[in-house]
Design a protein around this ligand. Sequence first.
Ligand code: GDP
Ligand code: IMO
Ligand code: MG
Length: 429
Amino acid sequence: MPAVVIVGAQWGDEGKGKATDALGHAVHYVVKFNGGNNAGHTVVIGGERYALHLLPSGILTPGVVPVIGNGVVIDLSVLFSEIDALTARGVDCSELLVSANAHLIPPYNRTLDKVIERFLGSRRIGTTGRGIGPTYADKMNRIGLRVQDLFDEHILTQKVEGALAQKNQLLVKVYNRRAISVQETVEHLLSYADRLRPMVADTARLLVDALNRGETVLFEAGQATQLDVDHGNYPFVTSSNATAGGACTGSGVPPTRIDRVVAVAKAYATRVGEGPFPTELHDAQGERLRRVGHEFGTTTGRPRRCGWYDAPVVRYATRINGLTDLVLTKLDVLTGLESLPVCVAYDVDGVRQDELPLTQTEFHHARPVYEYFEGWQEDLAGARTFEDLPKNAQRYVLALEEMAGVRISAIGVGPERDDLVVRHDLLGG
Ligand code: GDP
Ligand code: IMO
Ligand code: MG
């Protein structure tokens, strides 16, 4: 039984939540290994919509053990409101496990995230304002707070004091805000300690034990390859490793134990926040993709920027993540279009480049070189096998597969759990 990593191939919101959910029935553990409540995964089951931010999507499948790994940053107020909201809808959250080494998002980092963005002005990233960047920065600066610190009030107070000694200087002297109280921060964090304690575990050991027993573990990335702090298009990225390597560092499961790496890609492209996006559409076609694809952020409600499929971006994801499979989602959103442009290369200041540009400057200058595919008019809703798809849709998928350099193993034809054409078993075969 395998360890399977699911990542985003583009700029996020590819439908990773739905892909995780679709595999849920065959999986024992689902692990979130990076990011925090900047993620937003919408899963639709029997007409019911669930929006998950901090909890792994696997929580929706009865019997699956959801795990929040050490690579995640946790806003405790969000964690418990999400648990309470799901519990009220009948979802069992009692099996949730949380790594003792995961970092906490203290309220002051939410404040800083928003203030820093405002100060950046035209150089802003367009963050979700959830305190993600400042919390990962604290982790690297070794002034972060971890889950385990909640269980030693003395240590927690010392660490909050240490962090605020720096942050209050910044808040007051640079950003012109009020200083934050150590005591209030400590009390706020401690108010969650008793409730969290039973969930805290040595998750790295538990997961390797599970793999040794032959159980299946699914690692679910937040964000995506182009938002990865090392491999994405920096600085317009999140602050964690959203690519496959992050599944190891963010969970404590070693690389030699990973069997499959699956990326999810949309049949077109979207992006939230700032940064280069070569195939972006600023016209009625972009509006149409946004309307038909319901492209509004699950987390912030922001309209997503929409554009055509960018083949070099997905090919890059194949290489960086070492993909074994690709899941192509939202093919149904393209139904009814006469012609489907696909970006196959870039024109960078008059020079054709077949792969992602090396530098940020070139990426900003990249103009898409399009190849055009014929569209289809038939409704895809009921398609369950590849042969059920219209011929032109099949040609589109096969062309994208060829360009991606990895097999397309499943195709999304609607938002529901069952709206999926499966070509190859994602867990093996
Ligand atoms: P994630 O962040 O990668 O989990 O993706 P999001 O949930 O933010 O965004 C994907 C959206 O597309 C969600 O609203 C899904 O319900 C929806 N979705 C996923 N797959 C499909 C599909 O194949 N067709 C359609 N029409 N919607 C899909
Ligand atoms: P899922 O998991 C799309 C983007 C933000 C911003 C940048 C940095 O649903 O695919 P951050 O708050 O992380 O510091 O913001 O990253 N971003 C996402 N875009 N989907 C996401 O998650 C995202 N998480 C962060 O819009 O541009
Ligand atoms: Mg999302």
